[in-house]
Ligand binder design. Sequence first.
Ligand code: 5AD
Ligand code: SF4
Length: 427
Amino acid sequence: MKYHLITFGCQMNVADSAEMGRHLEVQGVSQTAKLEEAQVVVVNTCTVRQQAENRALSQIGRLRNWKVQDPRRVLIVAGCAATRLQHTLKQRFPHVDLITPATEIARFLELVEKVLQERWSFLAESDEAFEGKTPPKLDAGATAYVTIMRGCNYHCSYCIVPSVRGREVYRPLADILSEIGTRVREGAKEVLLLGQTVNSYKAEVDFAGLLRAVDQINGLHRIRFMSPHPRHMRERVIQAMAECRKVCEHLHLPVQSGSDRILQLMQRYYTATHYLQAVRKLRETISELTLTTDIIVGYPTETEDDFRATLELIETVGFDGLFVFKYSPRPGTESARVPDDIPTAIKEERLQRVLQLAERLSHDRHARLLGTHQEVLIDSVKNGHAYGRTRTNTRVRVPSTGVAVGDLIPVILETMHQDAFAGRRMS
Ligand code: 5AD
Ligand code: SF4
């Protein structure tokens, strides 16, 4: 029996998909990249913006054909949009068999077992969920995605995540360390620690303590994490980042806006000045740090002046990369109660201005990187090229001869292509 995964959204969802996959793998159901071969399809959805949700919903619509070909096939819709729409999804898409909310990952097998059993006389005795155990390997890759906490205790006015993923729940330290240990034995060289506000982790230790503990794992070479909240970017965490040799010199620190008025409306609990102070501290403590961020344009009532403050902050920080989103009202959130009053054309224009600035900043940065020596962790090999990332998260490709996924190689950066530097392996 085979399953096929279709994942939308963030890395958290990628990790959740892998976890759902592992629940099935423990029962002997194996993954296939081919839809036609699968008896079970899991669509892991995103609802963070309307557009993201729409993409997942049209995918579910398209799967009707797959389902009609054999009605015993099982279509499972999981993740954040499944949580938000759990009471209406089946009316809209009668071919969906099961909805498994984002908050119920640990019970995934329990939820799907019944329908698998009915349709395929399957999983007769087991009701195993891997809570507390180290799940088996899913696919060999250079990076292990490891969830350290679920949910979010903030209530940013625009964000639907707290309502679909619930309050913060922290995974015990021992479980996290044991899972990373297993992944390293399977070949992972890097870990990406995941949480909605990953640096608010607090179990036996806080996030700084967790970084220090993970740094001790033999055979692990790199540690990354996503996404921290600026308010929790405290001295202790910065210090731990600087002192742990394996923690990479890259931080994705979402700022959202550079206007204090908008930040307050968004309930972000920091001002532009606080954010800049954190950046200064980070750069003083960690040399060569690269910084990336998320920006929302066109939040309700955002004026040209508010927007200019955002441009100014981007320029002041000199971000190495950013994601920019047009504000999208999400039902049930606080900001959805006020009119979405910035016209689409203005949102689009502001988005383009941010992109232009980002382009200029990345151009400067690329010029600085040319000719430098970097350590690259190879994560994929295709069409004669091996691709990987530097510690500072720059994408690099080298000729694939003699290079495999998981290799850490010294590279000199020679030319810039669309989305990656072309480099040469140094001996
Ligand atoms: N509208 C637009 N962008 C949003 N984000 C979250 N909610 C919304 C929304 N309602 C963006 C934020 C966040 C990223 C994951 O998505 O920038 O950091
Ligand atoms: Fe991830 Fe947020 Fe989308 Fe959920 S809503 S999948 S947490 S990006």
